[in-house]
Design a protein around this ligand. Sequence first.
Ligand code: AMP
Ligand code: ZN
Length: 137
Amino acid sequence: MKDKDCIFCKIAGGEIPSKTIYEDEEFRVILDLGPAAKGHALILPKDHFANLYELPDETASRVMLLAKRMAAQITDKLQCDGFNLVQNNGEVAGQTVFHFHMHLIPRYKDDGQKIAWQPGKPSQEELEEIRNQIVGN
Ligand code: AMP
Ligand code: ZN
């Protein structure tokens, strides 16, 4: 299942060249062209899924196993000091390419990057209401 207008389908399928650091039948892992830090990579499924909501369960579980393996390899080879996994869904959440991808972001002391949000200050009542909305009771 490819989308003919999707750049990540073309990269994952090898039609557009990329700096590939891992490939198997289901995934390609490439270096991000606009890295947050040295070694920032993206896991791309070869099939087209727009986002997490569309991702089949089996693919989702294999993405996490691959993320874990790649994080270990990148950490070992680049000697980074920490690691972020980031995965954006929807424009409002920062997604710019609408083909599921998992960011693998090595972090270095003093790399000057931030993956951050402004923490809110909900009351216990507000948290309880949200909990009820989510779990439906
Ligand atoms: P997101 O904002 O989560 O959709 O992430 C899209 C990511 O894809 C960004 O980090 C871009 O730098 C990266 N990107 C976009 N086009 C390419 C490309 N042709 N090759 C490698 N990375 C890309
Ligand atoms: Zn695609």
